[in-house]
Each structure stands twice: as structure tokens, then as C-alpha cells.
Design a binder for this molecule. Structure first.
Ligand SMILES: C[S@@+](CC[C@H](N)C(=O)[O-])C[C@H]1O[C@@H](n2cnc3c(N)ncnc32)[C@H](O)[C@@H]1O
Length: 225
């Protein structure tokens, strides 16, 4: 998958060069381009914002630079996503669907009051939200989308099977994880994990998944089929 991010703040995406995503980029498993839509502004001062016709103090991103930046990166395989609090909530199912179906993901990061509505009408295939709260810009939501989608791409995770066994993969949360030492501050690792009985461990995992979901996210149990 190729990913193109359109933003006013490209430097924020230097964070993607860290950890597993950074390694995947370095070895060519992920192809991520970051484009500054200010570079497309035809304004002599490279301005990309203007007052809102509806009034108020906030600025709106002007359509021309964003429209031209999007047009410059489009291919027949592109799918254009605008990160927006009005969008479809980002879920693991949505992440998986994007990673499976999309060859070229174009991600637009808004700022200030957001995009002029006509750019959304003309260019955007889907708006995606990272939650019912408002951030200053779309860069952090875009990073959440890119990171979560990337985990499904071949060559990103050391063990690709781990995505199938994690929280939300079957509308349940993951079982608790333990590592050495066997006892820490008086708390012991559950005995069943130490005896090498794989059948018993598997049963423990299933029970714990249900227990964790009941405890932390009982709403997920209603969605489970
Ligand atoms: C201050 S917000 C604009 C909020 C907009 N005026 C509204 O009330 O819906 C600026 C930008 O941050 C991004 N953003 C903020 N909250 C977000 C969220 N929950 N999910 C995705 N993107 C978000 C969007 O790209 C948005 O254009």
C-alpha cells in the first residue's frame, strides 16, 4: 500500500520514522509520502486560510491549495480520506477494511475550522474520526490511522499473526499479558500459564477475553455475534 498524507505541518510526521513503522519504511515495506499543501497555494504570501463566511473568529482552509494538492497526488487507485470529527468512527474493522481494499490511501489533515465544504464534496471519499472530541489538527488522527492500517501490511510486524489475536479482532478485548519474573511485588503470574498445558492455556485465554471485555467494555458484548 502507498500512503500520501496532505498536511500544513509535515514535520509532525517525522515521528513515523520511529519504531516498527520507521523500520518498515526503511526496508521498503511501507511507502509514505508527506505533502505540504501550502506548496500549492497560488497566493503571493502562500496563505492557505481565510475568514469563515458564517462569521466567528475561526479560519477556514481555502479550497484552492487543498484541491490542487489532492489532484496532484491522485492515481486511479486512490481513496481519499479526510480526518474529521464528523467522520465514521475509526474501528479495528474499518482499519482492516482499508488495509485490505485500498491500494493508495490519501489522508487529508485539516486545521483551524477545517476544510471548505466544497473540497469535501469534490474530492473526499470518506471522512474518518478518531473519537468524539476535537483536536487542533488532523495530524494526530492521521498518524493513528496510518499506524493502525500499517500493522496489517506485510513486513511491518515481526509476527503478522499477532493482529488476529488482539483486542477487537472478534469484538473482545485481549487477555492479560505477563512476562518474567514469575512473581513481582508479591503478585504471581497465573499458574495455568506456567505449566505448559496448551489446551488449558487456550481455555484460560478465552475466559480472560470475556472477563476483560465484561469488566472494561461491556458494550462490545452486545456487538458480538
Ligand atoms: C479544530 S478541528 C475543526 C473542528 C470543526 N470545526 C468541527 O467543529 O467539526 C481542526 C481539524 O482537526 C482534525 N480533527 C479534530 N478532531 C478530530 C477527530 N476527532 N477525528 C479526526 N480529525 C479530527 C480535522 O482534520 C479538523 O479539520
Amino acid at each position: 500500500m502507498k500512503i500520501t498524507i496532505l498536511t500544513l505541518f509535515p514535520k509532525m510526521f517525522e515521528a513515523l520514522n520511529e519504531s516498527l513503522i520507521g523500520k518498515a519504511i526503511a526496508k521498503g515495506a511501507l511507502d509514505i509520502d508527506v505533502v505540504n499543501f501550502r506548496d500549492f497555494s497560488l497566493d503571493k504570501h502562500k496563505r492557505v486560510d481565510d475568514y469563515a463566511f458564517s462569521g466567528g473568529a475561526g479560519l477556514v482552509l481555502t479550497p484552492q491549495p487543498i484541491y490542487d494538492a489532492i489532484q496532484s497526488v491522485l492515481t486511479p487507485d486512490s481513496y481519499v480520506v479526510y480526518m474529521s470529527p464528523k467522520g465514521t468512527p475509526l474501528t479495528q474493522a474499518k482499519v482492516k477494511q482499508i488495509s485490505t481494499d485500498i491500494k493508495h490511501l490519501v489522508v487529508i489533515c485539516g486545521h483551524y475550522e477545517g476544510l471548505d465544504e466544497r473540497v469535501i464534496e469534490l474530492c473526499v471519499d470518506e471522512q474518518i474520526s478518531v473519537g468524539d472530541f476535537v483536536l487542533t489538527g488532523g495530524e494526530i488522527p492521521a498518524m493513528a490511522l496510518v499506524d493502525s492500517v500499517s500493522r496489517y501490511i506485510d513486513g511491518v510486524l515481526h509476527n503478522p499473526e499477532s493482529v488476529e489475536d488482539e483486542s477487537f479482532s472478534d469484538n473482545l478485548l485481549e487477555y492479560p499479558q505477563y512476562t518474567r519474573p514469575r512473581e513481582f511485588m508479591g503478585l504471581k503470574v497465573p499458574e495455568v500459564l506456567l505449566n505448559g498445558n496448551h489446551k488449558a492455556i487456550e481455555q484460560w485465554k478465552q475466559e480472560q477475553k470475556l472477563a476483560e471485555t465484561k469488566k472494561y467494555r461491556p458494550d462490545l458484548l452486545d456487538k458480538k455475534d
